[in-house]
Design a binder for this molecule. Structure first.
Ligand code: FNR
Length: 369
């Protein structure tokens, strides 16, 4: 046994949250829960990754209790007796394998199109009813709608706590609802929820506050955010460290415990004149622990330019990741596709069996166990 990258296998502790190592399973939508509840295959899938040694599992995006939360078929919901019972089985299976797990709470907002579950008539919801810059094609959210969604996130977190999850992740990334509020291209509101960067951050901050009020200070809340959007890969919410500070402060004040900083390639510097990546800057600015993500253990990105199709990728070594973590740039590293290809990725890396790791192929998603 040769631990090639020892810093990845140091324990992590934040309040009541104790993880055996620094490897996090990235949230990955499976669209394989017909009826919108986790089934036995889903339970086995997560249990296998826990047995494979990953320190923390973040589940696929799971929809909060709001009629417009879902954007894709066969996504598991996070409400209703059957879905919550399914999630309870997932939690118990992961815990029995010694793992930790948090659900990723999700509302897709304006990405939704009519025809999707649970009510085909319900349109997408967005801060300004826009599906793209200048295109008003969906429902513009009222004050009541905003209050309903905040409440639904809080209820989701309270249910997660009751089911025994180890915390929650709020999906504020990739151009879905919370990110639509962040992003001036889709948020043209002139009230307290739009306009300045601080106002555009308010929706996420209120969600985090509502979760904290409901679950108490010891239940960890991760916020995932990204500069890039599914709708526009080169988008930026913040262009300078100063803007980033303005953006992050209300979120820190609201009670975010860990920032999950989504990039497509973790080695890319976020701003000029510094090698720090997004997670590095967020940690430097806030002092909060951060998770980095994006092509860890793989040689290329997970999106083909122009279409959300996931590519093949070869394995790569982890020396760049390890040296950045060692230097304290970020605390945790999330792994997506490499864990699809290798359920035992963490144990294989720990044991120095890098040559046994399989490359990723998108066909693996279809037959995933
Ligand atoms: C994703 N990603 C993603 N992100 C998220 O926040 N919620 C989600 O439900 C999903 N769903 C999803 C499905 C699939 C099949 C893939 C490949 C990706 C993005 C994912 O969490 C991660 O950020 C990227 O995959 C980059 O990490 P890797 O794959 O390069 O390690």
């Amino acid at each position: 046994m040769s631990a090639q990258y020892p810093c990845l296998f140091e324990p992590f502790k934040l309040g009541a949250l104790e993880l055996p190592n620094r490897i996090v399973m990235a949230p990955m939508t499976r669209t394989s829960s017909p009826g919108n509840f986790p089934n036995q295959k889903n339970i086995d899938y997560y249990k296998r990754r826990a047995e494979g040694g990953v320190g923390l599992i973040i589940t696929e995006g799971t929809c909060i209790n709001h009629p417009a939360a879902s954007g894709y078929p066969n996504v598991p919901f996070f409400y209703g007796e059957k879905a919550l019972a399914g999630w309870k089985d997932v939690v118990d299976a992961v815990h029995s394998a010694g793992g930790k797990i948090m659900p990723q709470l999700w509302h897709v907002g304006a990405v939704r199109r009519p025809g999707i579950e649970p009510d085909a008539e319900v349109p997408g919801y967005g801060p300004s009813g826009m599906v793209a810059k200048g295109k008003k094609r969906c429902h513009e959210m009222s004050e009541n709608d905003i209050a309903d969604v905040i409440e639904a996130f809080a209820q989701g977190a309270a249910d997660a706590q009751k089911l025994g999850f180890d915390g929650v992740e709020v999906h504020g990334a990739h151009g879905y609802l919370i990110d639509q509020f962040f992003w001036a291209d889709l948020n043209e509101r002139t009230d307290q929820w739009g306009g300045t960067l601080q106002n555009r951050t308010r929706f996420a901050a209120e969600i985090v506050k509502a979760i904290k009020d409901r679950t108490g200070p010891d239940f960890p809340v991760i916020l995932r955010w990204s500069q890039w959007k599914m709708q526009e890969y080169t988008a930026k919410l913040t262009n300078t460290p100063e803007e980033m500070e303005t953006f992050l402060k209300p979120l820190v004040d609201a009670g975010v415990d860990i920032f999950h900083c989504s990039t497509r390639r973790f080695w890319e510097p976020e701003f000029e004149r510094s090698n720090l990546n997004l997670a590095g800057w967020v940690k430097k600015i806030t002092g909060k622990p951060t998770i980095t993500v994006g092509s860890v253990g793989l040689d290329n990105d997970f999106i083909n330019e122009g279409s959300p199709v996931f590519k093949e990728a070869e394995t790569s070594d982890l020396s760049e990741l390890a040296s950045r973590m060692e230097a304290g740039e970020f605390d945790l590293a999330a792994v997506g596709r490499a864990l699809i290809a290798n359920p035992e990725w963490a144990n294989q890396v720990r044991d120095g069996n890098m040559e046994s790791l399989k490359p990723y192929q998108k066909e693996m998603l279809a037959e995933l166990i």
